[in-house]
Ligand binder design. Structure first.
Ligand SMILES: [Zn+2]
Length: 318
């Protein structure tokens, strides 16, 4: 019988770690996995397979990214210093390779789900949702979610992709790069852009041209907690119910939990449990259960482990 969930882990994913005390460091994913090994319910372990990271090739990255930008990252990765953007995303030696592993691993999960090898997948290092086609942004070098979306749209003709982002920050790299694509059904719950990077994701941003109405942005005020979040999730589910789609992608950033050092939302890990449970019900009903979650942000290590344990637990149950 096929396993319900493929979880990706390995040293290659830990390479995506900025130096010098930067909040995006290897400790995040490492600590989550340690907690997973120590305390994940044993009766659910049979439903999970841990699979190794996979390195993407340039042509795969180029499904989403501009080729000149890929070359630029390659060069900056050799130089190994300076910034890839205006000061959030440092270049470091090997950052190109590290980024290829993030993309290749999310893509591997998408391919395995399409092939029917697993029903669901989770790449804790994935969800680098700020990267644009032509530039790095907000700790994100290559946008693995963007690459996965392009890939699925290519191989599954005539169907749509759902992307739901619960990271505290707006998923601007996914939103703007697919703003006019009606096949990308986008929903994003985040801290109000007037109070947090990247300063976007307002209610009136509902897509462009033929895609108007296929995007839903729900900004929440600083201090919003589980109740506000759950109401937002209910709106997302209602919005998605009207659509046809092949798979649900989730960016499960944990930086909306109270105590994150760089945001001001106050969810608990029950937010993640609720969102993934509701999306799973919808996926089971509407797209044969296919779901792919990516870790996203989160800079309080204890919060990350608690939120992602919920994500994995819900996805490892029927
Ligand atoms: Zn974030």
């Amino acid at each position: 019988m096929k396993r319900l969930l493929a979880l990706t882990y390995g040293d290659e994913l830990l390479l995506y770690s900025f130096p010098g005390g930067h909040p995006m460091s290897r400790r995040r994913v490492e600590s989550f996995y340690k907690r997973f090994l120590e305390s994940f319910p044993t009766q659910l372990l049979d439903n999970i397979e841990v699979i190794a990271p996979v390195r993407a090739v340039d042509e795969e990255v180029a499904l989403f990214h501009d080729e000149n930008y890929i070359e630029y990252v390659k060069k900056m990765s050799e130089i190994g210093r300076g910034y890839l953007d205006y000061g959030d995303t440092p270049a470091f030696r090997g950052c190109y390779d590290a980024s290829l592993y993030v993309v290749g691993t999310s893509l591997k999960l998408a391919k395995s789900i399409i092939a029917g090898e697993y029903l669901r997948g989770f790449n804790p290092m994935g969800g680098l949702h700020h990267a644009m086609r032509e530039r790095a942004s907000g700790f994100c070098i290559f946008n693995d979610a963007g690459v996965v979306i392009e890939y699925v749209l290519n191989v599954i003709q005539g169907s749509n992709v759902v992307y739901v982002d619960i990271d505290a920050h707006h998923g601007d790299g996914v939103y703007y790069e697919f703003e006019d694509n009606p096949r990308v059904i986008f929903a994003d719950i985040h801290q109000d852009g007037r109070t947090l990077y990247p300063g976007t994701g307002f209610e009136h941003e509902r897509g462009k041209g033929a895609a108007v109405g296929t995007k839903l942005n729900i900004p929440l005020p600083p201090g919003a907690g589980d109740e506000e979040f759950k109401r937002a999730v209910d709106r997302v589910i209602e919005f998605l119910r009207e659509r046809e789609f092949y798979i649900i992608l989730i960016q499960a950033g944990a930086d909306g939990l109270a105590g994150d050092p760089i945001t001001a939302l106050e969810y608990s890990e029950l937010a993640h449990r609720y969102a993934v449970t509701e999306l799973k019900k919808l996926a089971n009903e509407r797209c044969e259960g296919r779901m792919l979650a990516m870790g996203g942000g989160g800079y309080n290590v204890d919060n990350i482990t608690r939120a992602w344990m919920e994500v994995v637990r819900v996805m490892a149950e029927r």
